[in-house]
Design a protein around this ligand. Structure first.
Ligand SMILES: Cc1ncc(COP(=O)(O)O)c(C=O)c1O
Length: 394
């Protein structure tokens, strides 16, 4: 599946490498990353931050093995910081500060897997309902958890259609009634801030729509959209007090943590019992065993520096840039669409060379940009100038 490297200077051989052999490719890599940064418009990772001040954290391995609540026997963890991060997100998500379980995951997808695993353990016979615009990692999770995946139609804005969910749940309930089975329940993978358009599912409407199925577990994939929803003027329902039984948010998207990570939260009473190796000396309900202590410490540093007001300002800044991009793309006749409060703006798919130059995400006839904090109005103007130029030449 992987190509052997074509770069001779990257080949790991028998002999130890010299400092220069190790450092030169790293310097080159960093130079390339910094060169392309202003043109990375299509992906929801914040590249604006320089975490060099955290360099000393690399002087030693930190491993948050097991639950955040207690150090494991090895003790080289950053769990006090992880607990502070989880406490901040729990407050934001209106969870009970004493009865909410959460941890720093390795990615948004791990948070989804944990949430759906929690739902699967609660309702072992329930199908998993999701919609086409949901992230593909939900399909991976369904496969891993061996869940019956039901794809529900989307509304015009890309959110899951509650009427279609209701019809799907009712049809299954009818089938079960005819065959004398008990209701199966429903595990719903909802999304607040879909990958391509930033669509926001209506969590209370989805819960109500799934009533014919019986008991419901709703996981909210709020990878990018959770923080946006929390600070948006329209305040859509997204959190543990507004319809989510579990939710996951990314740490490297809006918050720009320099290693991929995320957080997952759920009421502690819903957490499935888990086998734990006695040698560890702590509980472990996480999906792995070892987890990145570095990610938790970096996330804590970022949040401590920003404070809640800083995160709010960041969201509003991104929304202002998105509004600007929508206007500029309209003037460039690219037919943009921006859903309420979204920082994602879709527009007509440009020629491949422009998509590649601006690192745009494309799907079908559309492309999108996401106004992450490193995306400037200047970059938006330059993209629009490129679009206008190619439009004129076509
Ligand atoms: C809505 C949504 N959910 C989940 C993910 C997956 O997150 P990760 O790449 O951190 O696994 C993404 C990635 O962009 C996403 O947009």
């Amino acid at each position: 599946m992987s190509d052997p490297t074509s770069r001779r200077d990257l080949i790991i051989g028998e002999a130890p490498g010299t400092d220069e052999q190790v450092h030169a490719p790293v310097r080159e890599l960093l130079a390339r990353l910094h060169r392309q940064k202003p043109r990375v418009l299509g992906f929801p990772t914040d590249l604006a931050n320089d975490f060099s001040e955290a360099g000393a954290l690399l002087s030693m391995l930190t491993n948050n093995a097991g639950d955040p609540a207690r150090s494991d026997a090895a003790g080289n963890d950053t769990k006090p910081m992880e607990r502070a991060v989880i406490a901040w997100f729990t407050a934001l998500a209106e969870g009970d500060p004493h009865r909410t379980y959460g941890y720093v995951t390795g990615s948004g997808s791990e948070g989804i897997l944990f949430g759906l695993y929690t739902g699967r353990r609660r309702l072992p016979r329930a199908p998993l309902y999701t919609c086409a615009e949901a992230h593909y990692s939900i399909r991976k999770a369904a496969c891993l958890l061996r869940m019956d995946l039901v794809e529900v139609a989307c509304r015009a804005d890309g959110s899951m259609d509650p009427d279609a969910l209701h019809a799907a749940c009712r049809a299954r309930r009818r089938r079960d009634t005819l065959t004398g089975r008990r209701p199966r329940g429903a595990v719903i993978a909802a999304t607040v801030g879909s990958t391509i358009r930033g669509a926001v599912d209506d969590l209370p409407a989805l819960r109500a729509a799934a009533a014919p199925a019986g008991a419901v577990h709703l996981h909210n994939d709020a990878a990018l959209g959770g923080l946006i929803a929390a600070f948006s003027p329209s305040r859509p329902a997204w959190n543990l007090d507004q319809g989510a039984d579990s939710l996951s948010i990314s740490g490297h998207k809006l918050l720009g943590c320099p290693v991929p990570c995320g957080i997952v939260l759920t009421p502690a009473r819903l957490v499935a019992p888990a086998p734990v190796g006695a040698y560890l000396g702590t509980d472990d309900h996480t999906l792995g065993c070892s987890r990145s202590g570095l990610a938790a410490a970096l996330l804590w540093m970022r949040l401590r520096r920003l404070g809640t007001s800083g995160v709010r300002d960041l969201v509003h800044h991104c929304q202002d840039t998105a509004a600007y991009a929508h206007t500029a793309l309209t003037q460039a006749q690219a037919h943009p669409e921006r859903l309420p409060d979204a920082i994602t703006v879709t527009f007509d798919r440009p020629p491949q060379e422009i998509s590649a130059r601006w690192h745009l995400a494309t799907q079908g006839g559309r492309a999108h940009l996401i106004t992450m904090p490193h995306v400037t109005r200047h970059a938006v103007d330059a993209l629009c100038a490129d679009l206008t130029r190619t439009g004129r030449n076509r």
